[in-house]
Design a protein around this ligand. Sequence first.
Ligand SMILES: [Zn+2]
Length: 458
Amino acid sequence: MRRFKTGFMRAAGVVSAVFALALSAQSAGAAEPGNGFQVERYEVELRPDLATTAVSGSQAIELVVTDADLREVVFSSNALEVEGATLDGSPIAVVSDESGIAFTLPRPLAVGETVRLQFTMRGFPARGVTTVPNGIYTGYFGCDWMVCLQNPPGDKADLQLDLFLPDGAVSLGVGEQTETVDLPGDLTLHRWQSDWPTSPYLFGFAAGRFSRMDVDTPHGTLSYLNGTGDTADLADLFAQTPEMVAFFASRAGLDLPGGAYAQLLVPGRAAQETMSFSIIGLGELEREREDPSSAWIIAHELAHQWWGNLVTTQTWRDFWLNEGFATYMVAAWEQHRFGEAAYQQELDVLRKRRKQLQELGWDKPLTWDGDYPTLGHRRAVQYSKGALFLSELREDIGDAAFWEGVRAYTKAHAGGTVTSRDLQSAMERASGRDLEPLFAEWVYGVDGDQSADVAETP
Ligand SMILES: [Zn+2]
């Protein structure tokens, strides 16, 4: 993701008066989305209307109880109507408002107990579903078109998504398309199953009458789809992707997660990664074709396949581990492909963004957890300063130790979640050095490690 979305600043503690009244006899803590349980698996059956973006369908959620006082199971709020809820087959009440979607438990549940929640939903997602000339795509706001937990990013779960689409549509989803079933009534079922536990902000799908081409590489299969409604030379527009995949796979020490990756070309300047595909805006792509050595969109979103999607920040506090890495990998790619001058040029752009902030007297450690006055402030820290820290670290410990550390960190935490301490440990093992002073200066701040008491929401 390049553009910061305001949605993840949603305050988790706001409870409406009506809802608060309904909860008055219960533990206040249980009203927070995600409190007291862990989702293992989401199963979604969805009929998206490709013309209007309306969705209807049903869902099952397998969750494990982690708090003996759990009275309600609460998910992130959205604009859908949720009805007909059951828990292990018994009807239960569901209340939906701006603080969340709350399912009332019919009985106390034991810690460690696994239960299955089921319900139907319908409506117009408030955010996250975009129409293109021949279809729709979603990105970032997974919990707007299904019921899930948008925060924290470390709550990974498996996803099975059944899309019921008009005959002739093609689809993208999380993981692998494992089944395609022709149904009566000009409908086709497209079943997508995640390969890895996935953060819900990376849940996504696209569906429509898109032309498509596939390219096999030694590190996984690439798919290019055209959602612009116009003709496009996909092989030419995405010509650099196979070489980028080879470069990132060598730096990660791992092939493409799930052995596949798709890019959906759309009108405009959109840029957004999901677990298994990215949205690439044609406007941005055309701009950078005039100057290939400063191209970022394909490389940045592709880099997230390893750094962000496979290895994911545990909380938003360490979000620089997603975005600083993706930003740095663009510079590293440019150095590999175009040489040292291109690398320095990219770092200069990042230095300039950081300097603008410093001139305002505003500089924060990478794990700073306070409010950012603007999106520009947040990006200058988590994207630009994050990437500059990695370049500094590489300079300090040398190429061999740095890339060995990156590979070790990526492989050790593939499919999992990370904090800055995990990166520090990997880099200290690879270099044989105590990196506490450097991490204290850039990452934790001079007051010491602030990551010990990580916040659950941004
Ligand atoms: Zn990004």
